[in-house]
Design a protein around this ligand. Sequence first.
Ligand code: SF4
Ligand code: ZN
Length: 390
Amino acid sequence: MVKCNKCSKEAVVKLHYNKTDLCGNCFCDQFENRVKNANKEFKLIELNQKIAVGISGGKDSAAMLYILHKIVEKVHGTTLQPILIDEGILGYRNEAIKKAQALCEKLGLELKVFSYRDGFKLTMDEIMDLKKANPKAGFERSCTYCGVFRKTLLNKAALEMKADTLAIGHNLDDIAQTFLMNMFHNEPERLKRFDVINDEVEGFVPRIKPLIYNPEKEVALYCELKRLPYFRGECPYSNESFRGEIKNFLNNLEQKFPGVKFNLLRAYLSMRGELQKAVEFDKMFPNNGKKKGNNGKNGNKQELENSQKIAEMIVNAGSFSIAKQKDADLQTTGKPTSTITKCKNCGQNSSTQLCKACSFVIEIGRKKMETEGQNRAIGGKQKKSIKKFD
Ligand code: SF4
Ligand code: ZN
């Protein structure tokens, strides 16, 4: 019998990265202590806060909600509000919602569900059907759309319920993957904005990530040992993602060189101070001291005119009915006062005239019309050729 290194009971898990064997109880204590340590180190939870907790029905958010529930019991005036985003993926998210509901009931919390259908008048299944029907239309990968829509809707929901923070169940693996993806995509700007607490963007509810010190494999074990209800299935569109490739790559590396995921997190945390200074610098000098040339005053005006035309075209066509909460300042002057402005279509904060979610909705709408046009043309040709034989 392999003994637990902490209490000498029978071990249930071997952690290769720090060469320890642990029994179920000691493992769960260590798992929870890591969340508590992240909370203390980054001051994630404070007194009298309303914390929106983004849950999916999966293991990460189940473990996060369960532990946060334990923590906030001892934090005066702080409450949790679980929220779930339904992307509209049949056989996947609808099943996961049942598990999320079961967990919320167990904890005595009320779950609020927000859907892409209500928020954007579309579902991921519809987008993927369109992509299948018209593979040459240049659709993005599923997760590119889905990630943007989810982030937008979560923020909108958290703002609506006046939450102080939004807790996200990103574990150590997710953080290590995002860090590497930003490197591989050569996206230093994203790397600057990516933080354990993304509190630098005004109008966005600060996001906290209490599971940054918890490896994904351990999250699953914790849920099993605690018998938490969670959905084990995988999204049918996940094989399209670049993240999936990075995930496999990192898992192979971790197997050969235990500890690389923690090392990546440490590398990020040691750079974090410098990255935050860079963000502060950008806030003080939005143009980074550079002359803007065509992207300057005229560029902004042109961009504004273009986005107005597009927004009007879409609204006139009646294809989409995203609520327009126009920002009066921007309407009259057309000049954003900082790098953050309001989306011309939905009113959410954005660094461009149309936020990424609205741009995607418009792009998908255009591709949908193209596809329907092509189908009509094919239908017409078929009718003509049938007539020949009449
Ligand atoms: Fe959305 Fe991609 Fe996640 Fe599926 S795997 S739910 S498409 S982000
Ligand atoms: Zn928008």
